[in-house]
Design a protein around this ligand. Structure first.
Ligand code: AMP
Ligand code: MG
Length: 361
């Protein structure tokens, strides 16, 4: 609909599109912005991305500047067909093909040796490249129409919670983006899983939308070593900073199996502190119904919590809370990615809550 296309010279164009069948005219405007070196925010099934032509070093540089992202933090290149892989990666092993067949399009990013022609800033000077094929009709149409791989980190300011709606993109980057394709909230709501195939055995660098369990069916010896604050500064992989995805408020992450003990520990933090917010699953949230605190409910399971997590952090920041209390989820399936994001939002520290004496539940 022409009415949905707002144009103001020199300003961002915010274009609403159908998530399943985006209008060709809208995709064309965004693709032209990419081809002319501009920045386009677009939806994927994980989070909104801030995209630029991956072959264009100046355009890639704009991404780093817009996000205030350190030049040492490499970007993910997004492609729309498996054929494109050989343009940008070198010597992709058979395992890469197998993973592409099984998981693409989807929330799996592969780290592979990179093509020498790619600009150095895309990969932060590394000789490896992170690449994925997103499972979203708008992203696929944009990459196809642009005719180039699109470099795209999440469309948020560096270290802020990732954007799962177009409004989140506007909140962080309204002045930086040339075109915003707005297709409503993203389905998964957490970033992709990153697997390095240049390590032997392959290594999971970041848990995300594709569960570790599904990957281990293809890569039985896939390594995963989560980092804690106590690991100190020992050689973090690029971009896997412990403080990341963070709300402005301080976040305390409670871990334990005894519900009553967890609730008691949380109540002790709430007492006398009026600016506390809770970010909890529905069952846990119900235990605080008597209190006058701001609560963001994350639903009944990890699948429901994932697309709500970053929005909840932003909502609590918006409500002006100074402290957020959350509970570490089970690490199964999508729960592992949720746990990872919460741990980083808590700057790497967990509060272990022991069962009450007598082990009551
Ligand atoms: P995002 O900020 O969601 O776009 O994720 C990009 C992340 O992918 C970076 O922060 C790194 O953790 C990871 N990454 C990208 N390229 C590489 C690479 N060549 N080697 C290892 N990790 C990478
Ligand atoms: Mg990001």
């Amino acid at each position: 609909m022409a009415r949905d296309i707002t144009r103001n010279a020199g300003e961002m164009q915010h274009i609403r599109v159908s998530p399943a069948q985006p209008a060709a005219a809208a995709i064309d405007i965004a693709a032209r912005a990419i081809k002319s070196g501009g920045l386009v925010a677009f939806p994927t099934e994980t989070v909104y991305g801030l995209g630029a032509n991956a072959w264009d070093a100046d355009a890639v540089h704009k991404i780093f500047r817009a996000k205030a992202r350190p030049a040492t933090d490499p970007l993910i290149a997004h492609i729309c067909s498996a054929d494109q892989l050989d343009d940008i990666a070198r010597d992709a092993p058979d395992l890469a093909r197998e993973l592409c067949r099984r998981f693409w399009p989807g929330a799996l990013t592969l780290v592979l040796p990179k093509s020498a022609q790619l600009p150095a800033n895309l990969t932060a000077g590394l000789d490896t490249l992170a690449v994925r094929m997103p499972d979203h009709a708008v992203a696929a149409a944009l990459i196809e129409a642009a005719g180039v791989p699109i470099a795209a980190p999440s469309a948020n300011r560096f270290s802020r919670p990732s954007p799962t709606t177009a409004q989140h993109v506007l909140d962080d980057l309204a002045d930086e983006v040339d075109v915003l394709l707005d297709a409503g909230p993203t389905a998964i709501g957490l970033e992709s899983t990153i697997v390095s195939l240049v390590d032997d055995p392959p290594q999971l660098l970041r848990p995300g939308g594709v569960p570790l369990e599904a990957l281990r069916q293809v890569i039985p010896d896939l390594r995963f070593e989560p980092r804690f604050l106590s690991d100190g500064e020992a050689a973090p992989a690029p971009g896997t900073l412990l403080k990341h995805y963070s709300p402005r408020a301080k976040l305390l992450l409670f871990q334990g199996s005894d519900d009553a003990a967890i609730y008691a520990a949380m109540r002790a933090e709430i007492e006398g502190n009026r600016r506390v917010g809770l970010m909890l699953g529905d069952a846990d949230a119900a235990a605080f119904a008597d209190l006058d605190v701001k609560v963001e409910r994350l639903g009944r399971n990890a699948e429901q919590a994932a697309p709500r997590l970053f929005a909840a952090m932003r909502a609590l920041d918006g409500a002006g809370v100074g402290l957020i209390l959350a509970r570490a989820p089970d690490k199964q399936g999508l729960g592992l990615a949720l746990w990872d994001r919460l741990l980083r939002a808590a700057e790497g520290s967990l509060i272990e809550v022991q069962p009450a004496r007598g082990g009551s539940r």
